[in-house]
Every structure is written in structure tokens, then in C-alpha cells.
Design a protein around this ligand. Structure first.
Ligand SMILES: *Cc1c(COP(=O)(O)O)cnc(C)c1O
Length: 375
């Protein structure tokens, strides 16, 4: 550890590089998890989270665990065995939601779209017409396995027209693109610290609307997970402050500082910065003669999938980028394995230096691979 050869720029689908101020915050001595000084940090963290999530939701806190723990929190608390749920699947994380929801005993109805495309809202509407009493509809806002940004406004309207709750995976959205929880009437969302928040993996910020809170209050059965049961977690983050499990103190420091940095820069400026450098990367890749997976209208700025040119060795290119330039990018997942590279410009990493560095390094590696470029 610590040698020069381990210097990295983390431009994959997460984890992304941690902001130096966040690393410094993590070096602070521990406070006890019930120390009044730590409770102040928790209160501030909840308030900062509401600002970055763009919501007034009272129930907004950070679960212990990575983004997947956030996903599991939403489903174990909102789903009871036998509930009918609709899950939109256009990538790996949609598939994971199906797995998690079915483990909760839900009857899952899938609405699919090809990987790299958005979910067709008419298909969701037709599904809700066909199946009455659907309790919840879930979609991935920023599909990190493909680089698709799902439009939410109309989908939210349709879901509420049919009396269901609207759930969004915002693991890669939070701190990268607007989440607008209240404006878009999103009933539950979850995220993670390791994508656009520029903190290490370890906490999963979640937020729930009043309607979602009521659904939990009406539960007939106990939440099947003791660790993720919000009725108990709330008593620790809320006024009661009763012990449930020991909070990952250092990670709360990290999240607090990462959110504070976003608020200091301004959420709109942060979104603008992601858009600006995301587009610069998209343009640079296209100018090199490479093809992006996702249509221009639906591209995420913080995660870009580019098609691997024919005759180029996927694994070797990634290896060269890592060993020669210290740049980590991601390979394709699932049906995109071997077909795309995934490049992240998340949080602290969304800056010109990384765009230029990556484009130059990729060009050199591809030429060394025998790639002829634009034909
Ligand atoms: C990364 C990611 C997850 C899972 O988060 P982990 O931190 O790996 O548990 C879930 N959904 C999306 C969209 C993600 O990008």
C-alpha cells in the first residue's frame, strides 16, 4: 500500500475517488454513537440529505451498508408477502430489484426494455391497467450498468393514477443529477455514498414520503429483516435516540462532509458540472470515432457506456489503462460483457483534467492495440 504504483483515478462505475476533505473528516477521533456531539452530526446529516435529495421528507436518513442495503431497506419495509409489485428492468440493477422484491415474498411483474434504452411508460401504463391492486412500481433512475437516465415525471403521474407507490433507485443519481423527490412525487428512494457523493462505500441514504410511511404503519407482518427494520432505525435517528446497532461513526463523518461540500458548491452548480464534463467526454469519444451505447437524449453525464471497437481486446485495454496510467474504468455487465466500457465522472471526479487524461490515455492504448481510428 501507499506506493506510487497504487495511485489511481477511479473512473469506473463506483467506487469513485473520495474528496480529500472527506478523507480528512474520516481521520477525526471517534465519538460514542450516543454522544450528544455525535447526535448533532446525525441531525445535520439528515438535514443536508434532505437538501441534496431535494425533499422535505421527515424520514430521510442513512442506513448502514452500501447502496444495495438501501435497495433492500426500501423493499423489506414497503413490501409484505403477497404484495403485487411492478419492477422496470432495463439493466442489472433492475434485475437486482426483482431478486430483492421476490425474496420479500412479493409477486413481481416485470416491465422490460432493452439494455441501453429507457423504459417505455406506455408499457407501464398497460401493465397497471391489466393488473389491479399493484402496491408499488420501481424503476432505476440512473442505470449504472448501461448509462441510461430514466425520465421520471410522467411515470410518476401514471403510477399515482393507479394508486401505487413510486420507488426509485437513485444510487448513482444522488449528487450527480437532480433527484427532485418532492416535485416528482417519489415515495421512496435509496442511494449510496460511493458514487456521486465522493465518499467511500458504506452508507445508504434513503428517503420516504408520508404515503410510504403510512404504508409501513399499516403493515400486518413484521419486517423480515431485523437490521433494516425502519421502525427501529427511526428510533435511533429520531428523537428517542435508543440503541439499535452501533452507527458506523466514521462513515457518518464522511457523508456529513461530502454533503456539506455539495451544498457549499450549490446543488445546481454540481449538476451543471456533471452535465458539462459528461458532455465533454461524450463529444471527445465520438470525435475519436467511437460509438456510445445510449441515445443522446437519455445519456447519464456521470456514467458513459462506449462500445468496444471491433478487434480490440477488452481486458487488455483496461489493464493498460490501469497499469500505465492508473485509470480504472469498468467493463460491461451481463449481456453487455465484452461489448462496452463504462466510464464514470462522478462527484469530485467530474472535472476537465479527468476527461482530458482519459481521452488521451485511451487514444494511446487503442493505437497500441492496432486500432485504426475513424474509418
Ligand atoms: C452501485 C449501484 C447499486 C449497488 O450499490 P452497492 O454500493 O454496490 O451496494 C445499486 N443500484 C445502482 C443503480 C448502482 O449504481
Amino acid at each position: 500500500m501507499g506506493s506510487e504504483t497504487n495511485e489511481r483515478v477511479l473512473m469506473g462505475p463506483g467506487p469513485s475517488d473520495v474528496h480529500p476533505n472527506v478523507l480528512r473528516a474520516m481521520a477525526k477521533p471517534l465519538l460514542g454513537h450516543l454522544d450528544p456531539a455525535f447526535l448533532t452530526v446525525m441531525n445535520e446529516t439528515m438535514s443536508l440529505l434532505r437538501q441534496v435529495y431535494q425533499t422535505k421528507n421527515e424520514l430521510t436518513l442513512a442506513m448502514s451498508g452500501t447502496g444495495s442495503a438501501g435497495m433492500e431497506t426500501v423493499f423489506v419495509n414497503l413490501v409484505e408477502p403477497g404484495d403485487k409489485v411492478v419492477i422496470c428492468v432495463n439493466g442489472l440493477f433492475g434485475q437486482r430489484m426483482v431478486d430483492v422484491a421476490s425474496r420479500c415474498g412479493a409477486t413481481v411483474i416485470e416491465v422490460e426494455a432493452p439494455w441501453g434504452e429507457v423504459i417505455d411508460i406506455d408499457k407501464v401504463k398497460a401493465t397497471l391497467q391489466l393488473h389491479t391492486d399493484v402496491s408499488l412500481v420501481a424503476v432505476v433512475h440512473a442505470e449504472t450498468s448501461t448509462g441510461v437516465l430514466q425520465p421520471l415525471e410522467q411515470l410518476s403521474e401514471i403510477v399515482h393514477d393507479y394508486g401505487a407507490l413510486f420507488v426509485c433507485d437513485m444510487v448513482t443519481s444522488l449528487g450527480g443529477v437532480p433527484t427532485l423527490i418532492d416535485e416528482r412525487k417519489i415515495d421512496a428512494a435509496y442511494s449510496g455514498t460511493q458514487k456521486c457523493l465522493s465518499a467511500p462505500p458504506g452508507l445508504a441514504p434513503v428517503t420516504f414520503s408520508e404515503q410510504a410511511v403510512q404504508k409501513m404503519a399499516r403493515r400486518k407482518s413484521k419486517v423480515q429483516s431485523w437490521y433494516l427494520d425502519l421502525s427501529m432505525i427511526q428510533n435511533y435517528w429520531g428523537d428517542e435516540r435508543s440503541y439499535h446497532h452501533t452507527a458506523p461513526i466514521t462513515m457518518v463523518y464522511a457523508l456529513h462532509e461530502s454533503l456539506r461540500l455539495i451544498i457549499e458548491e450549490g446543488v445546481e452548480s454540481v449538476f451543471w458540472r456533471h452535465r458539462m464534463f459528461g458532455e465533454a467526454l461524450h463529444n471527445g469519444l465520438e470525435e475519436m470515432g467511437l460509438q456510445l451505447l445510449v441515445h443522446k437524449d437519455h445519456r447519464l453525464p456521470q456514467l458513459t457506456s462506449v462500445r468496444i471497437p471491433e478487434g480490440v481486446d477488452d481486458a487488455n485495454v483496461r489493464k493498460q489503462l490501469l497499469t500505465k496510467y492508473g485509470i480504472e474504468i469498468g467493463g460491461g455487465l451481463g449481456e453487455l460483457k465484452g461489448k462496452v466500457w463504462r466510464i464514470g465522472l462522478m462527484g469530485f471526479n467530474a472535472k476537465q483534467r479527468n476527461v482530458t487524461l482519459f481521452l488521451a490515455a485511451l487514444q494511446e492504448v487503442l493505437v497500441a492495440e492496432g486500432w485504426k481510428g475513424k474509418s
